[in-house]
Design a protein around this ligand. Structure first.
Ligand SMILES: NC(=O)c1ccc[n+]([C@@H]2O[C@H](COP(=O)([O-])OP(=O)(O)OC[C@H]3O[C@@H](n4cnc5c(N)ncnc54)[C@H](OP(=O)(O)O)[C@@H]3O)[C@@H](O)[C@H]2O)c1
Length: 257
């Protein structure tokens, strides 16, 4: 009699839209079961229903990952997972001194300290079971200053730095780690932050789709890359992004008019 196949379980945070939703769909089509995390239960149910049509199991955990309790709940409820996609995030643009303390704390926890905590809960379980994959969705903001987005850039730099160290620590023990650092991706991120003008002003060749990010990530995992900047355009401009010329051009390009 054939052995029952063991399906991999994939935990995706921020799975209710955008890049996280694309990861959930991709892993489901690869024959994995998924655990979907976000705050919006209706959106999670929508994604879960679509995923189940592929034959995959889809569980949902409604949690606010900008709070310590939210991350602990996910760690308790998710059980053993073979893949962690730590993707949940927001973007935030505001002049220095104009963001209240609570918002600053939540941005930092959601995209840096909370990501670290989730990995600290889940990676030891992966090590005990002999392996796993960790995908940390960071940003190109890890590598370049971002005017009026210091807290975002700082959180993403932290997440990327953690991923690089984690990869060094656990890579030879069967846990592959990649920090994914995209530029502009067409999702709900900017609209939610009141930055709709970017969709009009940033040229179309600078935008990736969520699916492009996901496929580049799968390739990076296969190749053992630790830091991925998806999109050839971004890889070419990366060394020059911090120059005053590039920063000036970027500022003019993305200014509200
Ligand atoms: N789009 C880009 O241009 C771009 C570029 C670089 C990096 N990224 C990164 O990519 C990741 C995914 O963003 P996206 O572009 O796919 O944007 P998105 O469509 O707005 O998706 C963000 C996801 O994160 C979840 N989320 C936000 N705050 C949360 C919280 N407090 N607790 C739990 N879940 C939360 C959202 O769900 P709920 O609202 O239902 O909670 C949603 O599922 C983010 O980390 C972002 O920084 C995006």
């Amino acid at each position: 009699m054939a052995e029952p196949s063991i399906r991999r379980r994939v935990l995706v945070t921020g799975a209710s839209s955008g890049i996280g939703e694309a990861f959930a769909r991709q892993y489901a089509t690869q024959g994995c079961d998924v655990v979907l995390v976000a705050r919006n239960s209706e959106q999670l149910e929508r994604v879960a229903a679509d995923v189940r049509r592929t034959g995959a199991k889809a569980e949902i955990i409604v949690a606010d990952l900008s709070s310590r309790d939210g991350v602990e709940i996910v760690g308790e409820r998710c059980g053993n997972v073979d893949v962690l996609v730590a993707n949940a995030g927001v973007t935030h643009a505001a002049a220095v001194g104009t963001t209240n303390r609570d918002t600053l704390d939540r941005i930092a926890y959601l995209m840096s300290a909370g990501v670290v905590r989730l990995c600290e809960i889940i990676v030891p379980r992966m090590l005990e079971r002999g392996g796993g994959d960790v995908v940390i969705v960071s940003s190109i903001a890890s590598f370049t200053p971002m005017r009026k987005a210091g807290p975002y850039a700082a959180a993403k730099s932290h997440a990327t730095a953690y991923a690089r160290s984690l990869a060094m620590e656990v890579g030879h023990k069967g846990v592959r780690v990649v920090a994914v650092c995209p530029g502009y991706v067409r999702t709900e991120l900017h609209g939610r932050a009141g930055l709709d003008h970017l969709a009009r002003k940033v040229p179309s060749w600078m935008w990736l789709t969520s699916e492009q990010v996901v496929h580049a990530t799968m390739r990076a995992l296969r190749r053992g890359k630790t830091v991925l900047v998806p999109g050839a355009v971004y890889r070419i401009v990366l060394p020059f992004l911090s120059s005053s010329l590039a920063q000036g051009a970027w500022r003019r390009l993305t200014r509200r008019s």
